[in-house]
Design a protein around this ligand. Structure first.
Ligand SMILES: Nc1ncnc2c1ncn2[C@@H]1O[C@H](COP(=O)(O)OP(=O)(O)OP(=O)(O)O)[C@@H](O)[C@H]1O
Length: 307
């Protein structure tokens, strides 16, 4: 990936309409609090879908229901027509990878090693093979390293393969999280606030990266508070307010909907290139309130927090 500026328009790849992810009637209650209320959502192959809403609207909780971190109180989640078991490793194995709002890297491992960890669901070598370290093991390891290096090239991190993850600047740590997620060879990538804490140039580069991921045939579902990013990027946007889906549609439809403007946006968002780089897309209620540390402090270790 390069960090060239985008034009603000989607590249050639188009959704082909085959349903990949289908969430049906998802409800998530925490005691007396209903964080997600009967939400349906479909992501088709080739699509980039956005999930937006005010702080506390239930977006991350919904992601956690999709990826097996939470067992929904009601409802089901299926991927390629098969209901997913609510177990994160089985969800990953089925073909869904994700990143987290709070960066979760192995801080004291190298960039390359972090990506290699992401490949474990796709390697067949068992414990015995790892202990014996025969030719089959070495071949498999060489393949994994080659693929991991490809992904580091793709995300622009190849030159830092041997650096410790904790020494990367914040924006590159977020890229590394994406590279690690891609290492599981997903058909669908879930990104939770991928540009939180980034400067405008890093945000632009992330936009390019997401388009490139989609062009590799991987569908993307993204939570983000930067409305310009969302409306430039997404084929479809769903809006959650107080756990409920308020509306779902194209960027044009969503950003001109009176209820969305009243509940969330405040005013319509300009998505033209000329406006890029300003922070008008994150004003008022749309300001990202992340738990991440833009100085990279959040990479101090793999976090247990499941948000
Ligand atoms: N594990 C939990 N236990 C109890 N309540 C929770 C838990 N996780 C989330 N909540 C509550 O569910 C609601 C939705 O939170 P969630 O983090 O999903 O919102 P969000 O839309 O992702 O917000 P933000 O944009 O601030 O990240 C909030 O009221 C939150 O406090």
């Amino acid at each position: 990936m390069t960090t060239t500026e985008t034009t603000g328009t989607a590249p050639a790849a188009q959704p082909d309409g085959t349903p990949l992810l289908h969430a049906s009637g998802v409800i998530m209650r925490f005691g007396g609090l209903t964080a997600v209320r009967n939400v349906d959502l479909t992501v088709n192959s080739g699509e980039i879908v956005g999930l937006i809403g005010p702080n506390g609207a239930g977006k991350t909780t919904f992601f956690n229901c999709l990826t097996g971190l939470y067992v929904p109180t009601e409802g089901s989640v299926s991927y390629r027509g098969t209901v997913l078991p609510p177990k994160p490793h089985l969800v990953t194995k089925a073909g869904i990878a994700r990143t987290f709002q709070n960066i979760r890297l192995f801080a004291n491992m190298t960039v390359l090693e972090n990506v290699l960890v992401g490949r474990h669901t796709r390697t067949r070598e068992g414990l015995l093979s790892a202990l014996i370290r025969g030719p089959r093991y070495h071949k498999a390891e060489a393949r994994s390293r080659a693929r991991a290096m490809e992904l580091l090239e793709f995300t622009g991190l190849a030159g830092k393969a041997d650096h410790l993850a904790r020494n990367l600047p914040y924006g590159e740590q977020r890229k590394l999280e994406i590279a690690r997620a891609l290492a599981s060879e997903p058909g669908l990538l879930l990104l939770d606030e991928p540009t939180a804490g980034m400067n405008p140039q890093e945000t632009r580069a992330t936009e390019e990266l997401v388009f490139a991921i989609r062009d590799q045939g991987i569908a993307v579902l993204v939570i983000e508070h930067d409305m310009r990013f969302i409306f430039n990027l997404c084929d479809r946007v769903a809006v959650l307010v107080q756990g409920q889906k308020l509306i779902e549609g194209t960027s044009d439809v969503v950003q001109s909907d009176d209820r969305v403007i009243a509940a969330y946006l405040g005013e319509p968002i300009a998505t033209t290139e000329g406006d890029a780089g300003t922070d008008a897309g994150t004003d008022g209620a749309t300001d990202a309130e992340t738990d991440t540390d833009p100085d990279g402090g959040s990479a101090a270790g793999e976090q247990e927090n499941d948000r």
